[in-house]
Design a binder for this molecule. Structure first.
Ligand SMILES: [Zn+2]
Ligand SMILES: [Zn+2]
Length: 146
């Protein structure tokens, strides 16, 4: 099996925490690499199939979050979705559909990102907040639901 660059980075990070990159953990990473946004355990279960039982999927997600490989995303009440952390996936924002609940990644071009960054800095400064990062959520209706 050919290992992707992301898998190699994940493997290295897990090794630092003495965590093995098992087949189940690899399956979760591969599913998230191919996904277009954060996924919940139930959504991942559909994508991965029987290879990883739901019971161990929750534990797998917890381990990958604890080791900083996955980042949680809270868009729907009571539901946590996970995605690859920004050091793996790159900085981006999210589109949240208020009808079907799907969350999609949104990467903007560099000039737009600089405009967002400038706006965030202005707002943070105005309330004496020292910002380190930001995440933009655009809520609305996805193409399927519109
Ligand atoms: Zn939708
Ligand atoms: Zn994302």
């Amino acid at each position: 099996m050919v290992e992707t660059a992301i898998e190699r980075q994940v493997e290295r990070r897990l090794a630092e925490s003495d965590v093995r990159f098992t087949r189940g953990r690899r399956a979760v990473i591969q599913a998230l690499v191919e996904a277009d946004g954060p996924k919940s355990a139930a959504e991942l279960s559909v994508l991965i199939g029987a290879e990883v039982p739901v019971s161990s999927l929750y534990r797998t997600l917890a381990v990958l979050e604890e080791t900083g490989v996955l980042a949680p995303h809270y868009s729907s009440p009571g539901l946590t979705r996970f995605e690859l952390a920004e050091w793996l996936l790159g900085h981006h924002h999210h589109l949240v559909c208020i009808d079907c609940g799907q969350v999609e990644d949104l990467a903007v071009d560099e000039p737009t990102e600089q405009q967002i960054q400038a706006l965030v800095s202005t707002v943070a400064k105005s309330v004496s907040f020292s910002e380190t990062n930001h995440a933009l959520e655009i809520e609305g209706h996805c193409a399927k639901c519109a």
